[in-house]
Design a protein around this ligand. Structure first.
Ligand SMILES: *Cc1c(COP(=O)(O)O)cnc(C)c1O
Length: 436
């Protein structure tokens, strides 16, 4: 129980606290499942550290060319082991998830090749990389074609449609695990595996790739264990554990990682160059803590789903559903409520709690304005409690992250408080009258 005095100082009315706190009890079985996954992944990470004999000297750093950076090379071996694959590129020079994905696509694809997305419309920034939205330097400028297999009516992958969309020149089949700014279901790793098996059965030469952003450690297996030749993600999301100050990763088959490395640095240089500039310790510690941080984030997502569902809002996924990423969609159907929700998350932040998020034209997200709440230690890190939303119908908030479950819980209570402060929930929300 939080004292009345502290609740007052946080701006959380007692009735909001009581209502939300009561929801937690319902979630015990779901929380136990989440804890079991975290335990498994913690053991997996620890075993990979020990197998690679991680030692204090690996936290030392290099500058300049970064030759013989033992910490960097060992960390890449640890990542490869965690993903049960051959090799990895884990670098501060990969500045975000989009950059890591772009590096992988440009590393593998050559003029005349075709890229096939099997999970419908890709994430907003990838549309720029591919050239679906006109951007300087996009894949289309290099004579690389794009095709897309739509998801089935149930929002899940359709292996038959994907296989039918393969062309002779198709070089990569890509699947995006998380939903991006769509409300489709997130893909289970088993579902990804089924498609890659079907693709390999007809065209074993095709590179199967997964955009793994937000999915890492939400299950006990990763896509590289079910046929992905490459898996790509950001270190200011799940695998940085909130400690990595920058970075992206690409893991997978050795020959493909080599191609990505020469694209990131230069032909002839590959993995040999790349100074770590002091980030090794935070990369190691972040990966080590990532299973517990992802556990906190998933608990927060499930808790938000329960609270907002009980308040009468549409939530995806539902509180009882199995989780395959850390993202929670809450559909508010009203721009003002969406702004208040984000304001509440911002006010619950440890940093910049006094600022008010406003919608803006974020680079890479062509189309509608985006509102973002993030009071972060690491700028833009969405493994920290954060919410963002394109300002368009049906005004869905995308909530993710929380470095600790306790903070995630407070953040959700604060979001409810912010919404209640302007609009009496009793008038809008049927269940509120009896419950709050
Ligand atoms: C976050 C994300 C990315 C990459 O975004 P960055 O902000 O560049 O790190 C790509 N795909 C998906 C599905 C994502 O969620």
């Amino acid at each position: 129980m939080i004292s009345e005095e502290i609740l007052q100082s946080l701006g959380i009315p007692q009735n909001v606290y009581d209502f939300c706190h009561a929801r937690e009890v319902k979630l015990r079985p779901q929380f136990e499942r989440i804890e079991a996954i975290a335990e498994y992944n913690q053991a997996k990470v620890l075993a990979a550290f020990q197998k690679n004999r991680v030692a204090e000297n690996h936290f030392e750093t290099t500058t300049g060319y970064g030759y013989n950076d033992l910490g960097r090379d060992t960390l890449e071996a640890v990542f490869a082991d965690v993903f049960r694959t051959e090799d990895a590129l884990v670098r501060p020079q990969l500045i975000c998830g989009t950059h890591a994905l772009s590096t992988a696509l440009f590393g593998i694809l050559r003029p005349g090749d075709n890229l096939l997305y099997g999970s419908g419309q890709p994430y907003d920034t990838l549309q720029g990389v591919i050239g679906l939205r006109e951007e300087l330097g996009a894949l289309t400028e290099f004579g690389i074609t794009y095709s897309q297999a739509e998801l089935g009516a149930d929002g899940h992958l359709d292996p038959q449609t994907i296989v039918a969309a393969i062309r002779p020149e198709t070089r990569i089949v890509a699947l995006q695990r998380s939903k991006g700014y769509l409300t489709r279901p997130t893909l289970a790793v088993s579902e990804i595996g089924e498609v890659f098996r079907a693709v390999k059965a007809v065209r074993p030469d095709i590179v199967c790739m997964t955009d793994n952003c937000y999915g890492e450690f939400t299950e006990i297996i990763e896509p590289t264990e079910v046929g992905a030749d490459l898996c790509v993600g950001s270190l200011i999301k799940n695998l940085g554990g909130g400690l990595a100050p920058i970075g992206g990763y690409i893991v997978g088959r050795r020959d493909l990682i080599e191609r990505c490395a020469v694209r990131l640095t230069a032909p002839g240089l590959g993995k040999e160059q790349g100074p770590t500039l002091g980030v090794n310790r935070s990369f190691y510690q972040g990966l080590f803590e990532a299973p517990a941080v992802v556990e906190a984030a998933v608990k927060t997502a499930v808790f938000a789903a329960q609270v907002f569902q009980d308040l009468g809002y549409e939530v995806t996924p539902g509180p009882d559903e199995a989780r395959h990423d850390i993202v929670q969609c809450i559909t508010l159907r009203d721009p003002k409520l969406l702004e208040l929700f984000c304001a509440g998350i911002q006010q619950a932040s440890p940093v910049d709690s006094f600022v008010t998020p406003i919608p803006w034209d974020m680079p890479g997200y062509g189309g509608s304005q985006v509102i973002m709440a993030a009071g972060n230690f690491i700028s833009g890190a969405t493994i920290e409690l954060s919410a963002d939303a394109p300002m368009r119908e049906p005004y869905t908030a995308f909530l993710q992250g929380a470095l600790t479950w306790e903070h995630g819980k407070i953040g959700i209570m604060k979001a409810v408080s912010a919404m209640q402060s302007v609009r009496k929930l009793a008038e809008d929300v049927p269940v509120q009258g009896s419950d709050m």
